[in-house]
Ligand binder design. Structure first.
Ligand code: MN
Length: 384
């Protein structure tokens, strides 16, 4: 099999520049959505893809290694050149190797697979909102309209090193792969994407239709898509493909299996020296203790604060304290903002002790404020 691919990108209706980039270099395909003031975003997304392209041409490393190297290159440029300090980019790349596709991913651009009319998301958004969704803090519906849904928890080029999500899938003739920046997914639903991708005559038609649909829905961001169609190659074993004809239908993720808890233990025999009355009192005291703990738990779960985790600004649920050795908090989101930079500002000097906020929205808003306040400090630090 071989790949037939096409791309489309558009500035949208509101933005003043297009900070997205894409790469179509069969068998390597990618999209990148840059961020950072002035020309930073554009530089970041282009530089990341150029680096990956160069490394791929010279055959250095595998896809994930190339992405990590691109991270280093973008990060070092942002340190050297104050005009692009603090820049970063998302990156979603696919490498087609025979009947396999490797996926490497950072950020909130996405890769989808359309097979037999069904659309499957291959990547996970590295966003605050996705994290909150996974934690059960917000619902799917809330996530879709969340004001901070583009706040990233991971991006290429903002730190000296980065975790790359890696995946590999089997391909079949007729599959369509879609790589897209969030300008598409913020504007139209997965169902609409599925319709347009499935209904298009070919990759270019699909790419054009998707970008047009994003603009028709408001076009609030740059939109970039790459569509890759898997077609039969000259060297394929004629028209009777092997396992691809199995009528196993569209792939579904396996049902989640729930294992029941451990077997119920037989009731213990009551110690003989406890009278019925003593037992009643034990029961009352135990109930009071349990109620107290449940009450504490409910209270703690409603509290939010912003603190430090692993050297980064982080959002916590709970209270910044321990009780008899038990932590009363957990990290909900670790951002990419370096804590020491935030703590160099008088306002956030006591960040490591935790800054309590009203609720999760308050936490998100405070993180955004810290991000804004920290930006000039980072630029001063790196620009000298
Ligand atoms: Mn975007």
């Amino acid at each position: 099999m071989r790949a037939a691919a096409a791309a489309a990108t558009d500035i949208g209706l509101i933005r003043e520049g297009n900070e997205d980039s894409y790469l179509v270099m069969d068998p390597l395909f990618a999209v990148a959505d840059g961020m950072g003031g002035h020309r930073g975003g554009e530089v970041a997304s282009q530089l990341a893809l150029e680096t990956i392209e160069d490394l791929f041409r010279s055959g250095e490393g595998d896809l994930a290694e190339q992405v990590r190297e691109a991270n280093r290159v973008v990060y070092e440029r942002s340190i050297r050149d104050r005009r692009v300090a603090g820049m970063g980019t998302t990156l979603t790349a696919v490498l087609v190797e025979g009947n396999r596709a490797r996926v490497a991913h950072i950020g909130d651009s996405r890769a989808y697979l359309l097979r037999a009319g069904e659309l499957r998301l291959l990547t996970e958004d590295h966003t605050l909102v996705h994290r909150m969704l996974m934690e059960g803090e917000i619902t799917e519906e809330e996530a879709e309209v969340h004001p901070h849904r583009s706040v990233l928890t991971r991006a290429l080029g903002v730190d000296a090193s980065v975790d790359v999500d890696e995946d590999a899938i089997d391909l079949r003739v007729g599959d369509r792969l879609l790589l897209c920046t969030d300008g598409l997914t913020a504007m139209i639903t997965g169902e609409r994407i599925r319709e347009l991708l499935a209904g298009a005559r070919g990759p270019q038609d699909a790419a054009d239709r998707l970008v047009r649909a994003a603009n028709a829905a408001g076009g609030v961001d740059n939109t970039t898509v790459v569509v890759v169609e898997v077609v039969a190659g000259a060297d394929d074993p004629s028209t009777t493909p092997d396992e691809t004809t199995h009528a196993d239908g569209p792939s579904r993720s396996p049902e989640r299996a729930w294992r029941s808890g451990r077997a119920v233990e037989p009731a213990r025999r009551r110690p003989a020296f406890l009278t019925r009355k003593a037992l009643t009192w034990v029961g009352v005291v135990a109930a009071a203790v349990i109620l107290g703990l449940v009450g504490l738990r409910v209270y703690v779960d409603r509290q939010w604060y912003v603190g430090v985790a692993d050297g980064h600004v982080a959002i916590y649920r709970g209270i910044p304290a321990e009780l008899a050795g038990f932590r009363l908090n957990h990290v909900v989101v670790e951002t990419t903002i370096p804590a020491h930079t935030a703590q160099s500002l008088p306002l956030y000097r006591h960040l490591s002790e935790g800054i309590t906020v009203e609720d999760q929205m308050g936490a998100v808003a405070l993180v955004e404020q810290i991000r804004l306040d920290v930006e000039p400090v980072q630029q001063n630090a790196t620009g000298s």
